[in-house]
Design a protein around this ligand. Structure first.
Ligand SMILES: [Zn+2]
Length: 292
């Protein structure tokens, strides 16, 4: 489980439960005991939605599904340990309001990711620039400029050709990184000491759970779709599919399997290498061998 998921699931799960617990004590002084649950519920829903929309950072269904499970387990377990066992409520505690509270704890994260997904797709503003693929356009995404499908595409389609200027450097840190090109951050490595530019490939964002990969050998390579991809999806590749120098990036891809720091294929876990199959730069397979 990665740090982001730990924070979202356990950190916020415990924090939200504790807010409800404290609210319960405050309300105990002013509201009849049987009404406390019903009074806390709307307040709790508002706070929970705020946390889900503003604080929980994942962007996949799996992330929110795991958050929903952990939050519900925390609510049920903490209620039992710190309310039922410690306070011994005279009414036995478990009534309709409590069951609705458990259901909401599970449903709200799933509802939020559905809304985020729909909203996110609408928010991707297609800039309209044509790319190397007629079904892919440049768009403004969550992470800035990126490539997005404007129609369903199939597996193996060329997304971007790396056919631009070739740069040579002993290490990535020796490459120029001035505007407007930011060569160091955007050119893609294709041999131990060579990097290549692509007009559209350089617009692609990284993901630790990518849908595209590298195809081709030496200086002649392209980024292709690794599976069928539906319309309105951002296209990403894993920057470690090509890089193997001293370049590093703090990853904000938001995937539940995010590796947090991205840089060299030397650091790519074997499981990940295996998953990518042949979709990595040829020089890396020559250097490190096929993942087993
Ligand atoms: Zn990541």
């Amino acid at each position: 489980m990665n740090k982001l998921l730990l924070k979202d699931a356990f950190g916020w799960g415990i924090a939200l439960w504790f807010i409800g617990y404290v609210l319960g004590f405050v309300l105990f002084a002013i509201v009849p005991a049987s009404m406390i649950g019903w009074v806390i519920m709307p307040i709790g829903v508002i706070i929970t939605l705020w946390v889900l929309l503003k604080k929980v950072k994942g962007n996949s269904f799996l992330h929110y599904f795991l958050v929903a499970i952990v939050w519900t387990i925390i609510a049920v377990a903490m209620d039992y340990l710190l309310i039922v066992k410690v306070l011994h409520p005279v009414d036995g505690y478990y009534k309709l309001d409590v069951y609705i509270y458990y259901a909401l704890t599970f449903i709200l994260p799933l509802l939020t990711i559905s809304i985020k997904k729909r909203h996110g797709e609408e928010q991707i503003a297609v800039v309209g620039e044509l790319t190397d693929n007629p079904n892919v356009k440049v768009a403004m995404t969550r992470l800035g400029r990126g490539l997005v499908t404007i129609a369903d595409i199939s597996k193996g389609e060329i997304i971007a050709r790396f056919d631009g200027e070739i740069f040579s450097a002993g290490m990535a840190s020796e490459l120029p990184n001035d505007q407007p090109l930011y060569v160091r951050d955007h050119a893609v490595q294709f041999s131990d000491k060579q990097y290549r530019w692509s007009k559209f490939g350089t617009a692609m964002n990284h993901s630790c759970d990518p849908n595209c990969g590298i195809n081709g050998t030496g200086s002649m390579f392209t980024i292709v779709s690794m599976r069928p991809i539906s319309k309105g999806t951002e296209l990403t590749f894993d920057y470690e599919m090509t890089e193997d120098s001293d370049w590093r990036m703090d990853c904000k891809c938001g995937s539940p399997i995010c590796r947090q720091t991205i840089g060299a294929y030397a650091n790519t876990p074997n499981e990940t290498r295996k998953k990518y199959g042949g979709y990595v730069a040829k020089y890396l397979i020559d250097k490190y061998g096929e993942a087993k």
